[in-house]
Design a protein around this ligand. Structure first.
Ligand code: 26W
Length: 792
């Protein structure tokens, strides 16, 4: 693919697909033209991949997720096609700037955080490895809300990525399924017949997902909801306009918006309908495709692997059984055995409030036949395990526990880091583990190095290629080849020069967008993730206040200049998280405008943290804050992205931090805090908070400043809630870990002052992160869960 060809293709699409005269085209038009030209290059490998899978009747993997946090696509596609430089040159010829066009693209923000982004990384890795994989999700009209700050408070506004043309999807109106809700079930000649009371159409939209070097491409199929009944013309003619449009409005509500909650299960009917809508369309599509080249469903589990991304798509299990029993006349036990052979379930959280448990009333009303089937599954399990404790029942306390349903329906259940999988075994599913030894395994999360290094940090990626050669992007263990260079001053200079350049770019962006001046020579101390009490952004901002107070008390002292970077959204209904956001912004206002502090401490909190902003901030980070209460963060994936990009981690022994520290070396990691076991013990001491605060002057002073309204003069009692909870609850043990956190931060300062030592530690982090490629994770799933092979 030469520069000339691509230039001509772009021009062709601008004229004939976008319909714009080059002289009058906007960057939006040029971006569309570029996207269509690159998309053309994906179609051939896409068709070839599908054809090869069919011809060789290969095992297919179906990844079911309510979230795919994709981000932007055009640059990632150009890179995986090996056409980034060609595109840049072709556009330059046309007077266009590749980066400006890439920046014009809205994020596909079809997810909340970790779970959704993991699904996107896994889709790209399956394509890179050549694993015949399909993603199934929902084509939300509105993705995760846009965050902006008003007087320091989070305000949400609807996200509307689809108001623009979306060049990366192919509409598939011919691929549509009827999805039923409500109604009732009758017995007809011994068979159950469900007559839904409501129906909508699930219509498919396909996005090709191309892998590294364009050798394979898979499909992400997203479902949009359509009305079964058309526009009611009669009513319209009677002037009853809204009623006429009602069927359409009602139907489209199903795929209208992503639930912005990633911590607390809400139990909303619409969310249940969304989950079933996606699961049913996916299963109907899987069976339709399978029966096009197979007699019957008896060998389905030989050819089909279905992965449940947490419990949200768990209704896929009962739906599979419903179709096999009610529509394919299969015996229940046979159907159950085959379904189990197909299904794998990944758990992503231990937080009790995040575990889904639908009321039997709601499930029975919205999905009467599935409620019956869930009871049959539960009864069959009780029969097979007469000695099972009541606590493992799927239906208990008038609730359907989706974790137990997913566990019992799956042949493999996995956690997402070694520590988390251990806790899934020893706590969440302790009893079920005893009944089904070996069913719980671990598959530690991973990230795609294409987006999170090659795309996000071209300076470092080029330095790596110059140092160890090309191709590491699809074989990340090769980064080990950098280790010897960690003792080479010249290499370290170039390594740190890349970091400095990324920091300079971010400081320009921060001053342009936030009007705050930050020095690229200060330490960029970064905490970017969803706002949640267990992630302890509060501990970070309290330590920041202690740092500020320290400087105030000793303005002549020498302090290591720091820029505290925060990024992250709170679920709209999560009041405590919103208070923490307000506090961070209030502290930023005081610190950043304090002449006594100057450059020694700055706090920046750019609004609307998303995938694209992560791609900008992560390459500029010196310090990665992974400070969750041990036992609460299932894995984390931001921690991997930051380490891979040469940031050093200050963190607890939680989630994947444990494995990162094992791989990069304890000497290259700033560890602090209690272990998960110690947390459990500490919580038994009801006075843990008061004792810790009284033992720590700095922390007590900070809480006193907050109580006095030092950061909220216009509303002195604004943080009385936070102060009170710190003294009397502190459920996530901020006070108990605070002193050790301060100790670790002091070690960070000392290390940062020793530039060569820091550079070596940073380079060794990058060199030793190969294990955390999502390619390794996917190969683990292919081997240990799916029994799938690469077709390449
Ligand atoms: C029902 C509401 C809801 C929605 C989403 C509850 C919980 C979720 C997700 C499971 C939350 C999530 O994103 N969990 C994160 O998953 C990542 C990928 O495995 C992990 O790295 C994070 O540690 C985990 O918090």
């Amino acid at each position: 693919m030469t520069q000339d060809n691509l230039r001509d293709d772009i021009l062709h699409h601008l004229k004939f697909t976008v319909g714009k005269d080059p002289g009058h085209a906007s960057s939006y038009d040029w971006r569309l033209a570029l996207s269509f030209a690159l998309r053309d290059r994906i179609v051939e490998p896409w068709f070839a991949s599908t054809r090869k899978t069919w011809k060789e009747d290969r095992k297919r993997v179906f990844y079911l997720s309510m979230e795919f946090l994709i981000g932007r696509i055009v640059e990632d596609a150009a890179i995986n096609l090996g056409l980034q430089d060609t595109a840049r040159a072709a556009l330059a010829e046309l007077g266009q700037d590749f980066d400006a066009l890439a920046d014009d693209e809205p994020d596909a923000a079809l997810g909340n955080g970790g779970l959704g982004r993991l699904a996107a990384c896994y889709m790209e890795s399956m394509a890179t490895i050549g694993c015949p994989g399909y993603g199934y999700g929902i084509r939300y009209e509105h993705g995760l809300f846009r965050q902006r700050f008003e007087a320091g408070r989070q305000v949400e506004t609807p996200e509307d990525w689809l108001t623009q043309r979306h060049p990366w999807e192919f509409e598939r109106p011919e691929c549509a399924y009827t999805i039923g809700f409500k109604g009732d079930v009758h017995e007809v000649d011994g068979r159950a017949v469900w007559t839904p009371g409501e129906t909508v159409i699930a219509s498919a939209y396909d996005m090709p997902v191309v892998g590294w070097q364009g050798r394979w491409a898979n499909t992400l199929r997203l479902w949009g909801a359509m009305p079964t009944t058309l526009f009611d013309l009669e009513r319209f003619n009677r002037g009853d306009f809204t009623a006429a449009a009602e069927p359409e409005t009602l139907a489209r509500t199903i795929s209208r918006v992503l639930y912005p909650d990633d911590t607390t299960y809400q139990g909303k009917e619409l969310r249940l309908k969304q989950e079933y809508f996606m699961a049913s369309a996916a299963i109907q599509d899987i069976l339709r495709r399978y029966l096009e080249s197979h007699e019957d469903l008896s060998q389905l589990d030989e050819h089909v692997a279905i992965q449940l991304n947490d419990t949200h798509p768990a209704l896929a299990g009962p739906e599979l059984i419903r179709l096999m029993v009610d529509e394919h006349a299969m015996e229940f036990d046979t159907a159950m055995r085959i379904a189990q052979g197909c299904l794998g379930y990944t758990n992503h959280t231990l937080l009790p409030e995040a575990l889904e448990r639908w009321s039997t009333w709601l499930m029975g009303t919205v999905l009467p036949r599935h409620m019956q089937i869930i009871e049959m599954i539960d009864a069959a399990h009780a029969t097979a395990h007469p000695d099972r404790p009541a606590s493992v029942a799927i239906v208990r306390g008038n609730e359907v526990h989706m974790g137990e349903l997913s566990f019992i329906m799956a042949h493999k259940v996995n956690g997402v880091s070694a520590l988390h999988s251990g806790l899934v075994k020893s706590t969440l599913f302790h009893e079920l583990d005893a009944l089904h030894p070996g069913r719980i395994i671990n598959v530690t999360n991973g990230i795609t190095p294409r987006r999170w290094l090659r795309l996000a940090n071209p300076g470092l990626a080029d330095l790596i290629s110059e140092t160890i050669g090309e191709g590491w992007e699809a074989d990340l263990d090769r980064l080990k080849g950098l280790e010897p260079h960690a003792d080479d001053a010249g290499f370290l200079d170039r390594f740190m020069a890349v970091k400095r350049a990324n920091k300079a770019a971010v400081s320009n962006w921060v001053s342009a967008t936030l009007g705050v001046t930050v020095s690229p020579d200060a330490m960029f101390d970064v905490q970017v993730k969803r706002i949640h009490e267990y992630k302890r952004q509060l501990m970070n901002v309290l330590e920041t206040i202690a740092q500020w107070h320290e400087i105030k008390k000793n303005p002549g002292g020498d302090f290591v200049p720091r820029v505290k970077v925060f990024g992250g959204k709170s679920a709209p209904g999560y009041a405590v998280a919103k208070e923490i956001i307000h506090l961070i912004n209030d502290v930023a206002r005081v610190v950043n405008n304090d002449p006594e502090i100057g450059d020694r401490l700055k706090v920046v909190y750019p609004p609307n943290y998303n995938v694209s902003m992560a791609e900008t901030l992560i390459p500029a980070a010196d310090l990665s804050e992974q400070i969750s209460t041990a036992g609460k963060e299932a894995s984390g994936t931001g921690n991997m992205k930051l380490s891979l990009n040469g940031a050093l981690t200050i963190g607890t022994l939680d989630g994947a931090n444990v494995e990162i520290r094992e791989h990069v070396g304890a000497e290259n990691f700033f560890l602090f805090g209690m272990t998960a076991e110690e947390v459990v013990q500490r919580r038994k001491n009801v006075n843990h908070a008061r004792m810790a605060i009284e033992a720590n002057d700095a922390l007590r002073d900070v809480l006193q400043l907050l109580a006095e309204g030092r950061f909220s003069p216009e509303q002195p009692d604004r943080y009385h809630g936070i102060v009170d909870r710190m003294w009397h609850h502190d459920h996530y043990l901020v006070a108990s870990d605070f002193a050790d956190y301060q100790r670790a931060q002091a070690e960070v300062d000392a290390a940062f002052l020793d530039r060569d030592r820091w550079a070596r530690m940073a380079a060794l982090n990058t060199a030793r992160m190969g294990f955390f490629s999502s390619d390794r994770s996917i190969r683990d799933y292919m081997r240990d869960v799916w029994g799938a092979e690469s077709a390449l």
